[in-house]
Design a protein around this ligand. Structure first.
Ligand SMILES: [Zn+2]
Length: 121
């Protein structure tokens, strides 16, 4: 798998897996060791603060510019998840799993699954 390290990016910071020490995979997403460390610091900070303040949606504390800057990051994660889903479906097809079963797994019809995931080449 020569391309693996260039293709996989952390879903949180979007760094390439080749630019971090470790990337851990979840269903369609990845997280790098640096983001895990940041998460641990946030969790530790909350434990120390024993915060009881109500949690606001993230955008309540953001300017419009910050929110606009955030949109392409969400779109990039969405594209990465779509690619990943496509890879998993393509693998099932190499096992001759039917479009019927793939569609059922995703809550869509056989026809919809085929239209969405058939190889374009
Ligand atoms: Zn990261």
């Amino acid at each position: 798998m020569p391309d693996w390290k260039d293709k996989v990016r952390c879903s949180f910071c979007h760094k390439k897996s080749s630019d971090v020490s470790k990337v851990i995979a979840g269903p369609g997403v990845h997280i790098c060791d640096e983001c895990i460390n940041l998460c641990n610091e946030i969790l530790e900070g909350e434990r120390l603060a024993a915060s009881t303040e109500p949690r606001l949606p993230m955008w309540e504390s953001m300017s419009e510019e910050q929110i606009l800057d955030h949109l392409p990051k969400i779109a990039a994660v969405q594209a990465q998840v779509d690619d990943n889903l496509r890879d998993w479906v393509a693998h099932l097809r190499t096992r001759d799993v039917s479009w019927e079963r793939i569609g059922a797994s995703l809550g869509m019809t056989r026809q919809s699954a085929w239209e969405r995931f058939r190889s374009e080449t």
